[in-house]
Design a protein around this ligand. Structure first.
Ligand code: AMP
Ligand code: MG
Length: 356
């Protein structure tokens, strides 16, 4: 087993990380979205070891990270539409699908003819990319199927013994993975929503579609446009259920559900907005941030999902956000964490005979 070191990002540890990457080894590093697990994108063996370390299915392609647009020419064709988007959102949490060139190994794209490209803005990620001078293929640094890590603690939990080095850069800012935009389709299409919203993209390039499977499970036989968007993803071990309705009804319904689960001997809790923490104090509430601030919820969501595993929760009831703006990205991840199990608060209230 490899010994895994967690090291603060210093000029020395960045040099060491760059050297490891050049030798074909893996290094985890912070980005503004979540922690990434990096490998030299031009080295097929290094890329295959990313899949092995994560337990990731080989048909789920990786994102290639660069620090300078001058690197693009060797790696992909750059559609005209890419230019205003790169101008507006790079460096930052936007991934663009572009037609790949031969230099990109098949393992990176899972054999697809597009490659996902991103220029992260986190200073540690940028410095690492600059010092090593290579394009770096990096998925999120979690074991496949688990919520993405937003702090080095959770990278260590998943990657201990599997990789030599984790660069620590504190907590990630956005907290959800990048927006993935396909600019090779006739109308640009969001395959995975993230911190760069549909509205922000449309201000720059006009109409943008959202892939149908963003807010629902894939239908039987439906092809995932973005292979990573499949059904069981982002899930904690406990069973998450979403509760929808007016705030008062949701609070009463979650309280009844939580009490009932505990009476059945289960370890139960709720995920709720800061505004409801007091009312739900008897339900071991986990704070999703203010209902007024979807970016705060995005920032906290994976952290809270990871906490639920640390606490060995069996059953979790969660509030929901309207799926607009950053709320779309939050509901995409939360929906999948819950396998889209949803209850309507009024139904719950009448089932338990509650009067408000
Ligand atoms: P992660 O690396 O964990 O952030 O996941 C990367 C996401 O980008 C996954 O959802 C992938 O399926 C998606 N992705 C990467 N490359 C492509 C591609 N060429 N076509 C479609 N989706 C892609
Ligand atoms: Mg991931």
């Amino acid at each position: 087993m490899i010994k895994t070191r967690v090291s603060p990002a210093t000029p020395e540890s960045l040099l060491e990380a760059a050297q490891l990457l050049k030798e074909g080894q893996l290094v985890a590093f912070p980005t503004e979205t979540v922690y990434g697990l990096g490998a030299n994108a031009l080295d097929p063996d290094a890329v295959l070891s990313v899949f092995a370390a994560k337990g990731r299915p080989a048909d789920n392609p990786l994102i290639v990270h660069i620090w300078d647009t001058a690197q693009l020419d060797d790696l992909c064709e750059v559609p005209r539409l890419a230019h205003p988007l790169m101008e507006a959102f790079w460096p930052g949490p936007l991934t663009l699908l572009m037609p790949r060139k031969e230099t990109i190994p098949d393992a990176v794209t899972a054999g697809l003819d597009t490659v996902a490209m991103r220029m992260p803005s986190h200073p540690v990620a940028r410095e690492l990319l600059r010092v090593c001078g290579l394009p770096i293929a990096a998925p999120s640094a979690n074991r496949s199927g688990k919520p993405s890590p937003t702090s080095s603690k959770y990278v260590y939990q998943d990657m201990q013994g599997r990789i030599p080095l984790i660069l620590d850069g504190g907590d990630c800012d956005v907290g959800l993975e990048s927006t993935v935009l396909d600019i090779t389709s006739s109308v640009p299409t969001i395959l995975r929503p993230g911190g760069i919203t549909k509205g922000m993209l449309e201000k720059v390039i006009g109409p943008v579609n959202v892939a149908g499977s963003v807010l629902r499970p894939l239908k039987a036989g439906e092809k995932a446009l973005s292979p990573g968007m499949r059904y069981r993803h982002y899930a904690p071990k406990g069973e998450v259920t979403l509760v929808e309705g007016e705030p008062d009804q949701v609070v009463a319904a979650m309280r009844a559900l939580c009490t009932d689960a505990r009476e059945h001997g289960l370890k139960a809790c709720v995920m709720c907005f800061s505004e409801h923490m007091d009312e739900l104090h008897s339900c071991d509430p986990h704070d999703l941030g203010s209902i007024q601030d979807p970016r705060a919820t995005a920032h906290r969501l994976f952290y809270v999902l990871r906490q639920l595993d640390d606490e060995e929760m069996d059953v979790i009831y969660s509030e929901v956000l309207p799926p607009d703006g950053v709320g779309l990205a939050v509901m995409n991840r939360l929906g999948r964490a819950a396998s889209f199990r949803t209850l309507k608060a009024p139904d719950v209230i009448s089932r338990y005979g509650i009067t408000l």
